[in-house]
Design a protein around this ligand. Structure first.
Ligand SMILES: Cc1cc2nc3c(=O)[nH]c(=O)nc-3n(C[C@H](O)[C@H](O)[C@H](O)COP(=O)(O)OP(=O)(O)OC[C@H]3O[C@@H](n4cnc5c(N)ncnc54)[C@H](O)[C@@H]3O)c2cc1C
Ligand code: FES
Length: 266
């Protein structure tokens, strides 16, 4: 029988500092296959494990990327002290990703707030590679300041292929783009309400606010998919740490239909 707690060793092949407290880690694997929205449990010897969304393209089979904010906790702090060539452990890919085949043929609005960009980045890479299978594609992404916009090099590439709209919380003299909440950006997009879907990841209140603007646009809860973050331990539906309502984020999620989640944001 497969041991669900058995992790695998893997080598870090690249580390990139992408903001004051966020680093991208590229981890070498061969034949690594996953669906955008799935996550891995990354382990550091002596420190424990923590879940991170896979942020890279699912078409890259020889490595995967995670984008990690140093919260000052055991795992993220230890991760930020590693260097290229060091080893860590991982379990995964775990959980349910975004429903790619449901999105195909539809207009797609991807939305991310703050540190919620990693799973949306992986989805963006997928839809750009398979561009012809989708209708209009938008990525709306909001951060506190220009410096807090993660994956800026990637975003420049995406801007050549899809509609990317960025916003920051407060006006800044060197920022020519939008200012305000991600949900305000909805006014700038045009989708076919009968045939559009949304994929999002961000802080709870942002997701709740977005839902209120997506509904009037004609996108029903059934067509809104949200990637949730909860504290996790086993990653296998055993420890109950990740429970939200009657669902396990590790097994039933982290991607949920908006109408099936417990909206008690914490
Ligand atoms: C499905 C899923 C995907 C995730 N994807 C990512 C990702 O792509 N990138 C990423 O950086 N994180 C992601 N997270 C969050 C990440 O797992 C946590 O930040 C991580 O578990 C912290 O572990 P730690 O051992 O460093 O901190 P812990 O020891 O767990 O916590 C230490 C301290 O940090 C605080 N803390 C922990 N996490 C957070 C947080 N997220 N926000 C604010 N304070 C916090 C705690 O309250 C505590 O005070 C994801 C979580 C889930 C469930
Ligand atoms: S993390 Fe243990 S049940 Fe989900």
């Amino acid at each position: 029988m497969k041991n669900i707690y058995l992790s695998q060793k893997a080598k870090i092949i690249k580390i990139e500092k992408i903001s004051s407290d966020v680093k991208l880690f590229r981890i070498k694997r061969s034949k690594f296959s996953f669906i955008p929205g799935q996550f891995v449990l990354i382990g550091i010897w002596g420190q424990g494990e923590a879940p991170f969304a896979i942020a890279s393209s699912p078409f890259e089979k020889n490595h995967f990327d995670i984008v990690v904010r140093n919260t000052g906790g055991r795992v993220t702090h230890a991760l930020h002290n590693l260097k290229s060539g060091d080893e860590l452990t991982f379990r995964g890919p775990l959980g349910k990703g975004f429903p790619i085949s449901f999105f195909e043929g539809k207009d797609l609005v991807m939305m991310a707030g703050g540190y919620g960009i990693p799973p949306i980045a992986s989805l963006a890479e997928y839809v750009i590679k398979e561009r012809k299978k989708f209708g209009k594609i938008y990525l709306l992404y909001g951060a506190r300041s220009p410096q807090d916009i993660l994956l800026q090099k990637k975003i420049k590439e995406w801007q050549k292929k899809i509609n990317v709209i960025l916003t920051i919380d407060k006006p800044q003299s060197d920022w020519p783009g939008c200012v305000g909440l991600v949900c305000d950006l909805i006014q700038k997009i045009e989708v076919n309400p009968q045939n559009a879907a949304a994929a999002m990841c961000g802080p709870g209140p942002m997701v709740e606010a977005l839902e209120k603007v997506l509904r009037p646009l004609g996108i029903s809860d059934r067509r809104i998919f949200v990637s949730l973050e909860r504290k996790m331990q086993c990653g296998a539906g055993k420890c109950q740490h990740c429970v939200t309502g009657e669902k396990y984020v590790c097994l039933d999620g982290p991607v949920f239909n908006y109408d099936e989640i417990d909206k008690n944001w914490d």
